[in-house]
Design a binder for this molecule. Structure first.
Ligand code: ARG
Length: 585
């Protein structure tokens, strides 16, 4: 519809002001409020300045130049409002035809992109021998949803897990284990991941205090880098142990990822340094090799360097990301590369992107995007911790969500006097608990911090997963109660939309395509969440105001189609957030 209106307006605009007229996109947007119609064109306001005419009269000129016959079959007469907005209202008859089309379409009206891109989403990316923390949970949930949405729009998506599996910390850890727990280095499963994390912390303490140990640790790094067989075996065991732990989380959350850790790029690091040399941007600064950055200065106001090779010859996090970029562009042939990490890494990515561009790693058609997110805070606004002050283990957090959702469910069953099987209770609690955690995260604008509250995210009211899941369940309830097979509804062009709540719901149902195209651009899944939340609200209003099963046959069919389409859009939308629906709850 937006595309259609856009073309009509462009024709009107050029007819009124000539071919060379320049205007600001988007030309047509969905109206912010139903009282302004369904769509708005605000172009007269921006043209006011260029053309030095009152926007209202420009708006009138545009309308006069739009051929009524081109729009009369779907659009009420155009209205000028306020300072010069043009309000556009779609005719109910047309909405009804569109609902029928979307209902017949298995993609629910969502078109595939006409410019499919090979896209990399680099997300989750925890570190070996360290615990996965809530920051990694955010990256996992947001990255997965972005990947799902881009895939659905028809892009080829490579989901990469850039795990921290290389670097000097392994020298330190291996050296420490050799002293304290040598069996870990030779036998699989000799240690639990929790213990590995503790050992890592102890190793770090020793490293910071003990000069002799620092030397031993450095030797271990050298051995590992020169691919000493024993060191590689130890390293492999450590990686496997951590990987097993990450897998538990990924399985629980239904996350698909291809692991391609930092170690993968190790062989390409020397070449990166050579490339920077060739591009003439490499400088030696106090023995370290670095690239000076535009727009970054240190406290003294001097240009800030990005170090790519340390004095001891070692490479770092940024060097690996540079090698990664080069590989992703030349080998993976990606044209959009998206990194999902906490906002604390924004500078890192700005710097790496800048250096990669200076080194000519990035052709013009390649888009590099950092998708930053804020912190997860406890309800008191402080950093989220266990009661004893430890960092929260992800697995525990997810388990607790499931336990709490089970308690809520059991209470509800008791109040409603329902009797359900153990299987039902477990399955529903699991889906509701995990969905609640995912949705609470995704429904926030990711750039802000958010407070983690089990009570809020599990509530049946408000912008929560249970509220949305419940709207879906309601539709399935109608079908059970009326003994109606929703898969066999025959809809036609005559969907009846007479009540306000029917029309409002129907119009909202037609917006999915627009919303997904927006998320594809700005990578903000919370826009999809808001859309689905509003859909559930509009459905509930419709459900309260319009009897379905008792209505006369034609109205009943129309309302069933609206209800079933709501369920289908909810199911599709939630699945793009990594959430599956329930038939009953
Ligand atoms: N391992 C890093 C961390 O835990 C995240 C890696 C993000 N991806 C990247 N290509 N740098 O903070």
């Amino acid at each position: 519809m937006i595309e259609k209106l856009r073309n009509i307006f462009i024709t009107g605009l050029t007819q009124a002001f000539g071919k060379n007229i320049t205007f600001i996109e988007p030309l047509i947007v969905p109206a912010s409020n139903a009282k302004f119609g369904d769509y708005q064109c605000n172009v007269a306001l921006s043209l006011g300045k260029t053309l030095k005419q009152p926007p209202r009269s420009i708006a009138q000129t545009i309308i006069d130049n739009i051929n009524i016959d081109n729009i009369a079959d779907f659009c009420e007469p155009l209205q000028i409002a306020g300072a010069g907005f043009i309000n556009i209202t779609i005719k109910p008859k047309y909405i009804s035809q569109q609902i029928n089309l979307v209902y017949q379409d298995e993609r629910l009206g969502v078109v595939k992109t006409d410019k499919p891109q090979t896209t990399i989403v680099d997300f989750s990316s925890p570190n070996i021998a360290k615990e996965m923390h809530v920051g990694h949970l955010r990256s996992t949930i947001i990255g997965d949803s972005i990947a799902r949405i881009l895939e659905f729009r028809g892009h080829e998506v490579l989901r990469l897990n850039h795990v921290g599996d290389w670097g000097t910390q392994f020298g330190m850890l291996i050296a420490y284990l050799r002293l304290e727990k040598p069996e870990v280095l030779t036998t699989a499963n000799a240690v639990e991941i929790g213990d590995l994390v503790t050992l890592y912390k102890q190793a770090k303490l020793k490293f910071d205090r003990d000069v002799e140990f620092q030397e031993t640790a450095r030797n271990e790094v050298v051995k590992l880098q020169s691919k000493d067989a024993e060191s590689i075996k130890a390293w492999t065991l450590l990686c496997e142990q951590s990987r097993k732990e990450f897998e538990v989380i990924y399985r629980l959350l239904d996350i698909k990822l291809t692991e391609r850790g930092e170690s993968f790029y190790n062989p390409f690091l020397p070449q990166v340094i050579e490339d920077l040399e060739t591009a003439n941007i490499l400088t030696e600064d106090q023995g370290a090799k670095c690239v000076f950055l535009d727009g970054f200065v240190n406290k003294e106001g001097n240009p800030l360097p990005l170090i790519v090779q340390k004095t001891d010859g070692g490479y770092n996090y940024a060097t690996t990301d540079l090698a990664g970029l080069k590989y992703r562009v030349t080998q993976d042939k990606a044209t959009r590369i998206i990194y999902v990490t906490d906002a604390g890494q924004s500078n890192h990515f700005t710097q790496v992107f800048q250096v990669a561009k200076k080194a000519n790693f990035i052709p013009d058609n390649v888009d590099l995007v950092h998708v930053p997110f804020g912190l997860v805070l406890a309800e008191d606004g402080k950093k989220i911790k266990t009661r004893s002050g430890e960092t929260i283990r992800l697995k525990d957090l997810l388990d607790e969500a499931i336990i709490r959702s089970k308690k809520d469910l059991e209470n509800r069953l008791e109040t409603e006097g329902r009797n359900e099987s153990e299987d039902f209770i477990n399955q529903v609690s699991k889906i509701v608990g995990l969905s609640a955690v995912k949705y609470a995260d995704l429904s926030q604008n990711r750039t802000t911090d958010y407070k983690f509250s089990f009570d809020k995210m599990l509530a049946l009211q408000g912008n929560t997963a249970p509220y949305l899941l419940y709207a879906y369940v309601r539709v399935q309830g109608i079908s059970r109660k009326g003994n109606i097979d929703l898969n066999n509804l025959i809809s036609d062009d005559n969907i009846i939309l007479t009540e306000d709540s029917e029309l409002v719901l129907a119009k909202h149902l037609l917006q999915l395509d627009f919303i997904l195209q927006e998320v594809e651009k700005d990578l903000l899944p919370n826009r999809l969440c808001l859309y689905l939340f509003e859909l559930s609200q509009k459905f509930n209003q419709f459900y309260d105001q319009c009897p379905i099963l008792q209505a006369e046959e034609k109205v009943k069919l129309s309302r069933l189609v609206l209800a079933d389409l709501t369920a289908k859009v909810l199911k599709q939308g939630l699945s793009l957030l990594g959430i599956s629906v329930l038939e009953r709850m």
